[in-house]
Design a protein around this ligand. Structure first.
Ligand code: MSP
Length: 516
């Protein structure tokens, strides 16, 4: 039987200790593009994001703000919801770990682990990093400049000694390695997969999964002195939102296992090692893929609060425009690699790819149609080889980019579409419709029709990346709302000659380097 067309994609849930930054916007943007693409491709999509609200780090931030943790998390969580609206993200759900549905789900999973003898009571004596909310072994640490011990992330660690429940992670080494072996696409990119495999091969220790010195969290069922370790609590959000513990629910049956957990490279181990181990230990199927993307630097520098160079996504959008920022972030670096944000690179993409290549193509073609074809889709005559070639390239795009979307290779999707945009521009220059206007108006109309039909394909396929700008472009081609899905690609839904067109307007203005 064919796989049902359903798709479940998740972002990490964000700590509510600070305002949203570029990292948050980037991860969610990547998921938004995937969710939009799949919806346009006829899939039943569930796109989840939310906030991670428990644990010592949030408890501390609330205290520093002089607020009760619940009031604090209500306030900061709202900033993440607002960002989603501002960035035009289309998440279907927004989960908060302080919600009742999540507490029930988390405690239920814990009880399954107890029943299956996967958790035992012991005591923890070791290092803990509050910033990473992670336990570290001595061998992972380095010495900081002032003699303080530092986690691999550079975060400070403190010595902790307390009673703790442990998860028998050590027993899951072999099943995890089998999972990676059987599913080569479970961890992407490949280089990250290799890192995880060597980490697991290096041997796994049982994992401390409860805290007694922290109060802000979900109580361990039957032992209120302990609260569930925030990473266990947080990871469970992905099944909570799919209806867990009701594994017979429509949502759970439709959407679990998730197709993709999108995460940053710093939190891969939690998702690719601990999470599938918890799930397998509880008898729940692991997700299908974890993709670890890279990190952004700002004008060549690591971003940090102390350097004061944190990139604020809202400012970026106010400066350059929403779709421009969405495009840049997914075009500038091969997805999975680290990337550098610079004003120069941004201007270069805006003027080169957007204004010159795509904007100009649409503007040239639409204004020639407006002037010379009575503001209506022109009639095409017999097609020549050059016309057929451009149409074939545009019509073949979907089948070229869909497999790349399935590998999260956004930059390749965009490069592939841009190859057709450039081919269309070369076709305009070759065919010179402004010359044909006098010498052979029927041929001019055929050329303009061919171009309009190519632009229709390009705009439909670019909607997931630049939803507003492409909606405007499709409006200008008078493509009806219900004809913007991928099912409308191809010759069967081609533009109809004589359809009246609105007055063309530029979609991508140029930006001068002095602006901003
Ligand atoms: N709460 C955990 C995730 C729990 S998921 C079950 C967490 N939260 S976070 O708020 O710190 O997450 C931040 C996300 O942003 C991570 O995916 C991280 O990789 C990403 N980034 C943080 N800084 C970044 C950049 N400079 N560039 C790109 N992404 C970055 O971790």
């Amino acid at each position: 039987m064919a796989e049902p067309k359903r798709y479940y994609v998740t972002t990490p849930i964000y700590y509510v200790n600070a305002a949203p930054h570029i990292g948050h916007a980037y991860t969610t943007l990547a998921c938004d593009v995937l969710a939009r693409f799949k919806r346009l491709d006829g899939f039943d999509v569930k796109f989840l994001t939310g906030t991670d609200e428990h644990g010592q780090k949030v408890e501390r931030s609330a205290r520093d703000a002089g607020m009760d943790p619940k009031a604090f998390t209500d306030k900061v969580s709202q900033n993440f919801r607002d960002l989603a609206g501002f960035m035009n993200f289309t998440n279907d759900d927004f989960i908060r770990t302080t919600e009742a549905r999540h507490r029930a789900s988390c405690q239920h999973l814990w009880e399954r682990l107890i029943e299956r003898d996967q958790i035992y009571l012991g005591s923890y004596a070791g290092w803990y990093s509050v910033r990473d909310e992670a336990f570290h072994t001595e061998s992972e640490l380095t010495d900081g400049p002032d003699g303080k011990k530092l986690a691999p992330s550079g975060a400070e660690v403190t010595w902790v000694e307390e009673p703790s429940y442990f998860f028998r992670l050590s027993a899951w080494e072999k099943p995890l390695l089998e999972l990676y072996e059987k599913n080569p696409g479970f961890i992407l990119p490949r280089s990250r997969r290799n890192e995880v495999i060597s980490f697991v091969k290096g041997g796994l220790q049982d994992l401390s999964v409860s805290r007694t010195s922290v109060r802000w969290g979900i109580p361990v069922p039957g032992d209120d002195d302990h609260i569930v370790y925030v990473w266990v609590d947080a990871l469970i959000n992905y099944i909570t939102a799919a209806g867990y513990p009701d594994t017979d629910s429509h949502d759970f049956k439709t959407f679990w296992p998730a197709d993709l957990h999108m995460v940053g490279k710093d939190i891969l181990r939690f998702h690719a090692v601990y999470w599938p181990a918890f799930l397998m230990a509880a008898g729940v199927e692991p997700p299908r893929r974890v993709f670890a993307h890279g990190w952004w630097t700002n004008e060549g520098q690591k971003v940090s609060k102390s350097l004061g160079n944190v990139i604020d996504p809202i400012r970026l959008v106010e400066t350059y425009g929403l779709d421009q920022v969405r495009y840049f972030l997914l075009r500038e670096v091969p997805f999975g690699n680290d990337g550098d944000f610079s004003h120069k690179a941004m201007v270069h993409r805006m003027n080169g790819d957007l204004a010159n290549d795509l904007g100009n193509l649409a503007q040239r073609v639409l204004s020639m149609i407006a002037k010379n074809c009575d503001n209506a889709v022109p009639e095409a005559g017999a097609l020549e080889e050059d016309d057929e070639a451009l149409l074939a390239a545009a019509r073949g795009l979907h089948d070229e980019v869909a497999p790349r979307i399935d590998e999260q290779a956004f930059h390749e999707v965009l490069e592939t579409i841009w190859a057709v945009i450039r081919a269309a521009n070369a076709y305009v220059d070759r065919q010179a419709p402004w010359v044909l206007r006098k010498s052979d108006p029927a041929r001019m109309r055929t050329v303009l029709y061919t171009l309009a039909e190519a632009i229709r394909h390009i705009a439909i396929l670019l909607q997931p990346f630049m939803p507003d700008a492409m909606a405007r472009m499709l409006d200008q081609l008078a493509v009806a709302e219900e004809k913007r899905g991928f099912a409308s690609l191809g010759p069967d839904h081609a533009l109809t000659a004589g359809t009246p067109l609105p007055k063309p307007q530029g979609v991508f203005p140029r930006i001068s380097d002095e602006e901003t």
